[in-house]
Design a protein around this ligand. Structure first.
Ligand code: SAH
Length: 390
């Protein structure tokens, strides 16, 4: 057993259940502890705290896997954890496609596994988890007998752990452009070239939330990626749908997704910078019954949070101005550091500046296959808001 000991005076976070232990919270660690090893953590007065993996190169030197002193961290442990994650998703009815493992919220720090029917995409974002990749692949094979497993570790955060960015097959090679079904619609997902793991499963329930407001509507979507919200809008009876994204690849996929569902006559996508286009269309007096916005995270660090606030305010202001009186703005934020309260304040500021009155129709978060653990702020990240704009 490799022992690590906490300092006497540290924030109560770890004792309260948070899995992260920062470098300045560790008093001593046994000599010979290697980066990536499992260590057993004790309090300053030698009470057992938990077991987790260690990396001296990371700011977060220990990430706890368990609070059970008897747990044995081995291949079987990861198999049991994967089974338990799957049990939870099945219980909630997220079986065909789901985030099977949502990192810290599932007790598996820095591990993401998305299930796209018979295909799985894995991200191991810390060294201590990366070491167990073969065990995780074995576990997926044992539980699901998948058609394919793909690694999307081309993520910059891995470098903070001393890990290379990489992607590739963890099973026999397969055609990485797969198809999934969501809410009765079909979508192409490119697990090799797509953004993140290829598809944003966290919005799967929110896409259904637009069902009634888009009926007979002229709809504008911006930051559409592969067009999921827009294809839903067309399917739910929108008169016309136009989607904009800055990425030509995304737009091509989005148009392919409209075609795949036989909706190309009413739903099309164009390459555009949403910030510029929404501004000039506002000046021209264009308008829509529904405007949908789903921009990428504007910041990942506290230092640049003001940049995110400005970005959200700007784009929502421009979006709102394009909404016909009585129409709707559908707006999302996935920036972790912009919490719900702040996000609503920003939308309020945007409405004031746009001189429009708004009322909240619906405000929700990510789908329950991305569970939220209270006290671990980064597990609640998605804000999804519909407002009616007068
Ligand atoms: N709504 C999508 C996810 C959007 S992800 C879904 O549910 O799947 C954010 C998208 O914003 C990305 O596809 C990215 O290419 C696009 N994007 C980033 N900056 C942009 C800009 N200035 N104008 C338009 N699109 C932009």
């Amino acid at each position: 057993m490799i022992r690590a000991k906490l300092r006497r005076k540290i924030a109560p976070r770890v004792q309260l259940g948070h899995p992260w232990v920062f470098a300045n919270e560790i008093d001593t660690i046994d000599e010979g502890a290697q980066d990536g090893d499992i260590v057993t953590l004790f309090s300053h007065d030698d009470r057992f705290v938990g077991q987790g993996y260690y990396n001296s190169r990371s700011q977060i030197q220990i990430r706890l896997l368990t609070r059970d002193p008897k747990a044995v961290i081995d291949e079987q442990y990861f198999l049991d954890q994967i089974r338990s994650c799957w049990h939870y998703r099945q219980k909630l009815g997220y079986t065909e496609n789901c985030r099977l493992v949502f990192g810290e919220a599932d007790g598996l720090p820095q591990l993401i596994i998305d299930k796209f029917n018979d295909y799985f995409v894995i991200q191991t974002l810390a060294l201590g988890m990366d070491r167990w990749k073969p065990a995780l692949v074995k576990a997926l094979e044992a539980v699901f007998n998948p058609k394919g497993i793909y690694e999307r570790n081309d993520v910059p955060v891995r470098e903070l752990e001393g890990l290379p960015q990489q992607k590739g097959f963890l099973s026999a090679p397969f055609d990485t452009r797969i198809q999934i079904r969501e809410n009765g619609l079909l979508f192409h997902v490119d697990v090799e070239q797509g953004q993140k793991t290829g598809y944003f499963l966290d919005q799967q329930d929110n896409r259904r939330a637009i069902q009634h407001i888009v009926k007979d509507a002229d709809v504008l979507g911006a930051f559409t990626y592969t067009g999921t919200f827009e294809v839903h809008a067309a399917h739910y009876g929108a008169k016309s749908v136009l989607g904009l994204d800055i990425s030509a690849n995304a737009v091509q996929m989005a148009n392919a997704n409209a075609a795949l569902n036989g909706l190309s006559d009413r739903c099309r996508f164009e390459v555009a910078n949403a910030f510029d286009v929404l501004k000039s269309w506002g000046k021209e007096g264009k308008n829509y019954d529904v405007v949908m916005l789903d921009p990428p995270a504007f910041t990942k660090s506290r230092e640049t949070i003001q940049k995110a606030i400005t970005g959200y305010k700007e784009i929502n202001l421009r979006g709102m101005k394009l909404v016909r009186p009585g129409g709707f703005l559908v707006t999302s934020s996935c920036t972790n550091l912009v919490n719900s309260e702040l996000f609503l304040q920003i939308i309020d500021m945007a409405a004031r500046d746009a001189r429009r009155r708004i009322r909240q129709v619906l405000f929700q978060t990510q789908s329950p296959d991305h569970p939220i653990v209270w006290g671990q702020e980064n597990t609640q990240y998605l804000k999804f808001l519909i407002v009616q704009v007068q």
